[in-house]
Ligand binder design. Structure first.
Ligand SMILES: NC(=O)c1ccc[n+]([C@@H]2O[C@H](COP(=O)([O-])OP(=O)(O)OC[C@H]3O[C@@H](n4cnc5c(N)ncnc54)[C@H](O)[C@@H]3O)[C@@H](O)[C@H]2O)c1
Length: 213
């Protein structure tokens, strides 16, 4: 059984392992050592062993990891074996780009409904996804059993919209707005901040260990 309390850093690496294991499996590879896996995914092998240890003993000493059972295990853990419908709130510049992308590299998540207040786009279909007015949001989220949404509204309305989402039963929000929204316990927020990511990258470039480490 999966321990619900895995560290966030570990949780973030699971999709990386999963993707690579899928490639290995498709190429017919049956087993892999943590050292080989480490080289491929650029995570050191001690970290991999520690990450995997949160899920119990998945590997055997001297044998490595069985690719198929590891892949099946991660598939279940990451809910890759079922399709999750996701909502998108705010179909502006960023929202349009995400709709257009619609996670086509994945067959288990897709945006199935989008919402906006702008009546020039509500009632239309963009990139194959219907755009509903906000007045229909709750009804649609419930009907389509959507518990995860992507938030791409202007930041001044982000908290208000978040409150509406929580009231409609949403359990997870991928927040692209710069506002750090607050929610009650039991609702999870994942912030995506491109400025932050870029600044982190620049920081690392400027602090490269000159010894080449
Ligand atoms: N995280 C990032 O890296 C990143 C990058 C770009 C933009 N952003 C943020 O994403 C958000 C969207 O940016 P954008 O450039 O697409 O803005 P935009 O103005 O082009 O689009 C915003 C959309 O939200 C809609 N909207 C406004 N109020 C609403 C409400 N109450 N309910 C539902 N829809 C509403 C608007 O009609 C519009 O279609 C902003 O908060 C912006 O700061 C984040």
């Amino acid at each position: 059984m999966v321990n619900a309390k895995i560290p966030r850093a570990t949780a973030k690496r699971l999709p990386i392992y999963y993707r690579y294991l899928g490639i290995l499996y498709n190429s017919g590879k049956k087993r892999i050592s943590s050292t080989e896996l480490a080289e491929a995914v650029k995570v050191d092998s001690a970290t991999i062993r520690r990450d995997f240890s949160y899920f119990g003993a998945l590997g055997k000493r001297g044998y490595g990891y069985d690719v198929k059972s590891l892949l099946d295990f991660f598939k279940k853990t990451l809910n890759q074996d079922k399709l999750t419908n996701v909502g998108l709130i705010g179909v502006g510049n960023l929202g349009h780009a995400l709709l257009n992308y619609n996670f086509h590299g994945s067959n288990n998540v897709r945006i199935s409904a989008a919402f906006d207040i702008d009546d020039r786009i509500t009632g239309t279909i963009q990139s194959g996804v219907p755009i509903y007015p906000m007045s229909e949001m709750k009804e649609q989220l419930v009907q389509q059993q959507i518990e995860v949404v992507i938030l791409t509204v202007p930041s001044p309305v982000a908290q208000r919209v978040t409150d509406e989402l929580v009231a409609a039963g949403v359990k997870g929000i991928l927040n692209f707005t710069p506002l750090r929204v607050t929610v009650q316990d039991g609702v999870r927020i994942q912030n995506v901040d491109l400025t932050n990511e870029l600044q982190t990258l620049i920081y690392f470039l400027n602090h490269v260990d000159q010894s080449g480490e």
